[in-house]
Design a protein around this ligand. Structure first.
Ligand code: ARG
Length: 473
């Protein structure tokens, strides 16, 4: 145990206490951020004349050496000896470069240090999520472009309702994941301020240049209240909240794929690489990836509730409770990364049984509304038309057929108003083409929406806000 705070103590920490208190088992992944933050801190200390140039150079080289050696496997992070990643870095640095290593922590506390590390780390994960969402949106949009005229039933209450296209259905998910990306950009903008220099809670007496460290680390500027800086995890809560929404969207989409892949529907065929078999039932091809994504949604929700609960009773400023932010948050971040990656791959390789989808739309009378509209066009009041088509559906059900397969004679038996042009009026193509309000499945309006989506994918992204004026609102 090489502790940073031994001076005041006369007894060794009990081993069980040490282990209970230690965070190195999980905060070790913050090593790159800890080093990055320390290099910026040393740079600023030297610029302010608090460290000499030689000390700064020796610290910077030492820190880079530690990162390089850990990454290359030449230096092992000793979990028995160091309680957290900050102690490890400072301990090894001092072992390696001597006195100068002990000066690195001037004007800094582990409280603002961990606040910085966590913020840097979260910021990079927000960027990663944004990138993965973008890849998913690319796959969705490509599928939309290929399936403007792939007809399928649209559902309400999971009952066939009106005909739509696959492009239209996918478009709904494009909107959802687009909003998820917008949330990433918002979170990035709100969190992108640097807590370093807040000290333990009340700033420091050294003349630190917080603007400078903030700039070195790619922040818009320093945070403005030192108490808040060390005790704020709102950005992490916001990110976890956005991740729960991503998972909710992925889970809904997974649920649809599971339904589409069922024997009853057979709308899609999952690629062999993205499905699994059964150890006993040879005919099975299971949608495990979609099911796992749906299932893992729970643990991501759990992380959000866990952190909200941890934070709810904390008085200002730092409390050790806040160490509990890490494990659940890391797990949620990794889970969402894996789910997005796997889901995108599954979607990209999934094949559609277009004939079956179209047939399902026809057999489910999704064109019944259009048949009623047809009668309205022939002068029948809508309420009567609704009744007539209801009778027509009943007739079809008795005969086990669909509206388009009835003879004109049969149709006229139900209403004299039916003419030869009814067949065209109830074809899926006509039903869809006539839906031409913005946002509807009609191909013309779909093309307009998709053009906007293409532009969006080309132009939107995190950090573009740097170029905007009103950053701190
Ligand atoms: N391991 C701690 C955490 O994750 C680092 C901050 C420690 N600060 C302190 N005063 N003990 O929150």
């Amino acid at each position: 145990m090489a502790q940073l705070w031994g001076g005041r103590f006369t007894k060794e920490t009990d081993r069980t206490v040490y282990e209970f208190n230690a965070s190195i088992g999980f905060d070790r992944r913050l090593l790159p951020q800890d080093i990055q933050g320390s290099i910026a801190h040393a740079d600023m200390l030297a610029r302010q004349g608090i460290l000499t140039q030689e000390e700064k150079t020796s610290i910077t080289e030492g820190l880079k050496g530690i990162l390089g050696d850990v990454e290359a496997g030449r230096l092992i992070i000793d979990e028995e000896k160091y309680e957290d990643i900050h102690s490890f870095v400072e301990g090894v640095l001092t072992e390696r470069i001597g006195e100068a290593g002990k000066k690195l922590h001037t004007g800094r506390s582990r409280n603002d240090q961990v606040a910085l590390d966590m913020r840097l780390y979260t910021r990079s994960r927000v960027q990663e999520t944004d990138g993965l969402l973008k890849e998913l949106l690319e796959v969705i949009l490509s599928a939309m472009e290929e399936n403007l005229e792939t007809y399928m039933p649209g559902f309400t209450h999971l009952q066939k309702a009106q005909p739509i296209t696959l492009a239209h259905h996918y478009g709904a998910y494009f909107e959802m994941f687009k909003r998820d990306r917008q949330r990433m950009a918002d979170i990035h903008d709100r969190m992108n301020y640097c807590p370093l220099g807040a000290g333990a809670l009340a700033g420091t007496t050294y003349p630190l240049d917080r603007e400078y460290t903030a700039e070195l680390l790619g922040f818009y500027g320093p945070t403005l209240n030192s108490m808040d800086s060390v005790s704020d995890r709102d950005y992490l809560i916001e990110y976890l909240s956005a991740l729960t929404t991503v998972m909710m969207h992925l889970s809904r989409f997974s649920e649809e794929i599971i339904i589409w892949n069922s024997n009853e529907y057979q709308f899609v065929e999952l690629d062999d690489a993205y499905s699994t078999g059964s150890s006993i039932m040879p005919q099975k091809k299971n949608p495990d990836i979609a099911e796992l994504v749906r299932g893992k949604t729970g643990r991501v929700y759990g992380a959000l509730v866990s952190l909200l609960t941890t934070m709810k009773g904390l008085p200002l400023a730092y409390n050790k409770d806040m160490q509990e932010d890490k494990e659940v948050a890391f797990d949620a971040m990794d889970t969402v990364r894996d789910c997005l990656t796997l889901f995108t791959g599954m979607l990209h390789t999934m094949k559609f049984r277009k004939e079956r989808m179209a047939q399902s739309a026809v057999n489910g009378f999704t064109n019944a509304t259009d048949a009623a509209d047809y009668l309205v066009g022939k002068g029948v009041p809508f309420r009567d038309a609704h009744g007539i088509v209801g009778g027509l559906v009943l007739y079809c059900l008795e005969k086990n057929t669909s509206i388009d397969r009835l003879s004109l004679e049969e149709l006229k038996g139900i209403s004299e108003k039916f003419e030869e042009d009814i067949y065209d009026a109830v074809s899926l193509k006509t039903c869809v083409e006539k839906r031409l309000t913005m946002g509807a499945p009609g191909p013309e309006v779909m093309k307009q929406a998709m053009e906007e989506y293409r532009t969006y994918l080309r132009e939107a992204g995190i950090g573009r806000a740097d170029q905007r004026e009103e950053i701190r609102k």
